[in-house]
Write a protein that binds this ligand. Structure first.
Ligand SMILES: Nc1ncnc2c1ncn2[C@@H]1O[C@H](COP(=O)(O)OP(=O)(O)OP(=O)(O)O)[C@@H](O)[C@H]1O
Ligand SMILES: Nc1ccn([C@H]2C[C@H](O)[C@@H](COP(=O)(O)O)O2)c(=O)n1
Ligand SMILES: [Mg+2]
Length: 244
């Protein structure tokens, strides 16, 4: 099971209080994870489980670019655990949680839910998973999402996929999706496209500059698109990560 030395959930709920101090403590915790065994061997009494850093893929792209569709294929082929930020948020709405109404209204408007909520949901799933390979779909949608993940989860993505799809194709797909989503209507789609351009493209540019962005031409059949994705993970050899 992949987990941090200490659970961070409680810290996230007090996100706005002493943010800088908490962040510093969190980064120390991740450092402890990697140095804990050595410290224990020196007889200083601190024992941390020896665990691998998870392999993380972020999946980005405009609304309807095919992120979820391709994630299903990636999971089937490469054994990732699929965490869709949108699905986790919709699950919160369905469970009538304290944040449910706020999340529903935000999604109906086509806007972005505060990062502390989304990161907490992702973190919970990661901590309770036996897998150490995660494909995180529709996240980070904003610079705030990105920075929150790095600060609270304490790791950066190994791979960032960007499904680059023409706008008219995305709109056509969304209007034909027929899954009863409250945000698949023309008015909300327009806002989602604006939000993508204003808030998500800067994140994509950030990863492009860091050198871990893989851009996929996302028009064509599902199989044609997957044939662009497959070699990325074959190169990383994610199926044969050593088990400790
Ligand atoms: N290559 C494709 N060609 C045609 N239709 C597709 C293709 N890929 C996915 N679709 C369809 O387009 C719709 C949107 O796809 P999908 O849900 O995977 O997009 P998404 O990027 O996850 O969207 P969102 O951001 O809204 O969750 C679905 O109905 C899906 O079946
Ligand atoms: N990081 C995220 C991901 C999703 N949301 C909200 C806003 C999106 O329009 C909606 C649906 O997500 P999708 O299923 O299209 O990936 O969920 C968010 O606020 N932050
Ligand atoms: Mg999706």
């Amino acid at each position: 099971m992949w987990r941090r030395v200490a659970s961070l959930s409680s810290s996230i709920s007090s996100y706005s209080t002493s943010f800088v101090a908490q962040t510093a403590s969190r980064l120390n915790t991740w450092e402890s994870l990697t140095t804990g065994i050595a410290i224990a061997q020196q007889g200083k009494g601190f024992i941390a489980p020896k665990e691998k850093t998870p392999f993380i893929t972020f999946v980005l792209g405009g609304p309807g670019s095919g992120k979820g569709t391709q994630c299903v294929k990636i999971v089937e082929t490469f054994g990732f655990t699929h965490l869709s930020a949108g699905d986790l948020l919709r699950r919160e709405i369905a469970s009538n949680s304290a944040d449910g109404v706020m999340i529903l209204n935000t999604i109906k408007e086509g806007k972005i839910v505060p990062s502390e909520v989304t990161v907490r949901l992702i973190q919970k799933e990661m901590e309770s998973s036996d897998n150490d390979k995660f494909i995180i779909d529709g996240f980070p949608r904003t610079e705030e999402n990105r920075v929150s993940f790095e600060r609270f989860i304490g790791v950066e993505p190994n791979v960032v996929l960007f499904f680059d799809c023409p706008e008219e194709e995305m709109v056509k797909r969304l209007l034909n999706r027929n899954q009863g989503r409250v945000d698949d209507n023309l008015e909300t789609i327009k806002t989602r496209l604006q939000v993508f351009e204003a808030l998500s493209l800067p994140v994509i540019n950030y990863y492009s500059q860091r050198g871990n962005l893989y851009t996929i031409r996302a028009k064509g059949t599902e199989d044609e698109i997957f044939e662009q994705v497959r070699p990325i993970f074959t190169t990383f050899d994610v199926c044969h990560r050593a088990v400790e």
